[in-house]
Design a protein around this ligand. Structure first.
Ligand code: ALA
Length: 515
């Protein structure tokens, strides 16, 4: 009868497992692949899609401060992840770290929580991807039937020859300072459709799943190319925007004044609480660096390369985000950024039509790579959990030729695709943020704990200034979690509750550690 809920896997066992070729995963990734894997996971729907609404509805130009807050929080957690990833170079990310430090119950909670990050994260990005694909198709005169382009129940209208979300069009009309009855009258003349299912997002996930099943080497190679395209597009935008701002200093100044729009009286609507709320939302833009750690078992030299992969990708992305968000709000009045493709909107406004096409194509490629890394991370976490007996054996089965955990990849792919087809980007995004932040809190706490428990263990990478860095990491994560709304908290609690039911109903009795 299993009894020890806090039973820990010894680090020696974990290390032995990491070097155990019987695991079957190929060691093919070097430091450049890992940094690329990180950037592939990080730059995505956060900057290309969510930045616009966060600036328009919560922070205004001060969205830059939100990015700084979220970036600092991620870097602090990243330093803690790096210590663990180098110490325990085995697939599974925070889940494995939790198993070594806090015991099985916590490991389960983290693994369960990571489903929010990876699986739901991939769904979120797929919805952003679909938005860009539909928009680009409309630019090219191709109309995908609108009822298949959004979550069930979403209202869409035909406005100026394009199908758009009713909520977005309303926002645009409000920005023109029309009265409510004028807006209602205008909307009344427009053709409307209620969406059935987001088929575009659904299919995108299925496509990525096929790439993953075929194998990590192929996936990582493809990812590296896509990362170059994505960073290239961001840099092109930055170049165009800097030269525009230099020529339109007055406009930029006006758009940046006031830099922190005054709070409206509601928590989270501008002012400092708005900056915090926006930080919680754009935190999504940083999610992904920890996915590097899930590939530890496929890294050639994990001890040296995991910290390089995690921190290197994080630093590059933070720099780019601050630049992009600053330029975005300098070019476009922030109220007009409430759009699924804000970067393309800004490029359009600068009169660079080719640039806006390029941004959309780059976003499509870029978001594709994010989905890839997230799904990769998810199937690897399931692989580890199954190896430990917490999930059924089939979840860890490796394909004899492709050497990938193909069954878990396929099952995850189908579930994630259905979620992507069924929910809106903001519902999914907030839940992903809060779930990931919870994992950060546990990882930061784990570093402190392990330093006490195993002070003399040789650490290839040491988090600096322990316990200060982990404590600050926890504080930043708590700040961002606290800024997200009540509904998101309720969803998190419900999710964790379901996880507990599964753990006490199944996993606890099948755990290899307990058995
Ligand atoms: N950071 C990733 C994105 O923004 C999840 O899409």
């Amino acid at each position: 009868m299993p009894s020890n809920l806090l039973g820990r896997k010894s680090l020696d066992i974990l290390r032995a497992e990491a070097s155990d070729e019987g695991h079957g995963l190929k060691r093919s990734l070097g430091p450049v692949n890992l940094v690329a894997l990180g950037i592939g996971a990080i730059i995505g729907a956060g900057i290309f899609v969510l930045t616009g609404t966060a600036a328009a509805n919560h922070a205004g130009p001060a969205i830059m401060i939100s990015f700084v807050i979220a970036g600092i929080g991620s870097a602090l957690a990243g330093l803690c992840y790096a210590e663990f990833a180098a110490l325990i170079p085995i697939a599974g990310s925070a889940y494995t770290y939790g198993y070594a430090t806090l015991g099985e119950l916590f490991a389960w909670i983290i693994g369960w929580d990571l489903i929010l990050e990876y699986a739901l994260g991939a769904s979120t990005v797929a919805v952003g991807w679909a938005g860009n694909v539909v928009s680009l198709c409309q630019d090219l005169g191709i109309t995908i039937p609108p009822q298949w382009t959004a979550a069930p129940g979403t209202e869409l209208v035909l406005y100026k020859g394009r199908w758009d979300l009713l909520a977005n069009v309303k926002g645009l009309l409000e920005a023109q300072k029309l009265m409510p009855d004028q807006i209602a009258a205008q909307l009344g003349t427009m053709q409307q459709v209620t969406a059935t299912f987001n088929m575009v997002a659904f299919l995108s996930i299925l496509l990525v799943t096929i790439v993953l099943v075929i194998g990590i080497r192929e996936s990582a190679g493809l990812n590296t190319i896509v990362v170059f395209i994505k960073v290239g597009v961001v840099l092109v935008f930055v170049g165009i925007a800097i030269s525009y701002v230099m020529g339109h200093m007055e406009t930029a100044k006006a758009n940046w004044t006031p830099f922190i729009p005054p709070n409206t009286g509601n928590f989270g609507d501008y002012g400092w609480s708005g900056i915090a709320r926006a930080a919680g939302k754009v935190f999504f833009a940083y999610i992904g660096f920890d996915a590097v750690s899930t590939a530890a078992q496929e890294a050639k030299n994990p001890q040296r390369d995991m910290p390089i992969g995690i921190l290197g990708s994080l630093v590059i992305c933070t720099f780019l985000y601050i630049l992009v968000s600053g330029l975005l709000t300098a070019v476009v009045p922030f109220h007009a950024l409430n759009d699924p493709a804000p970067v393309a909107v800004a490029t359009d406004l600068m009169g660079v039509k080719w640039g806006s096409y390029l941004v959309k194509v780059g976003s499509i490629a870029g978001l594709g790579s994010v989905m890839l890394v997230m799904l990769l991370g998810q199937s690897r976490v399931f692989f580890s959990m199954s190896h430990d007996g917490l999930l059924p054996e089939w979840a860890g089965r490796i394909h004899h030729r492709f050497k990938t955990p193909y069954i878990s990849s396929i099952v995850v792919g189908i579930v994630v695709a259905v979620m992507a087809g069924s929910f809106s980007i903001s519902t999914l995004g907030d839940l992903v943020s809060i779930g990931t932040l919870l994992a950060f809190v546990i990882v930061c706490g784990g570093v402190i704990l392990l330093r006490h428990r195993e002070p003399n263990m040789p650490r290839p990478f040491k988090t600096p200034f322990v316990p200060l860095v982990p404590i600050l990491g926890i504080a930043f994560a708590a700040l961002m979690m606290g800024s997200l709304g009540r509904d998101t908290w309720i969803r998190l609690v419900v999710w964790l509750f379901i996880g507990m039911v599964i753990y006490f109903g199944y996993s606890r009795y099948h755990s290899k550690l307990q058995g």
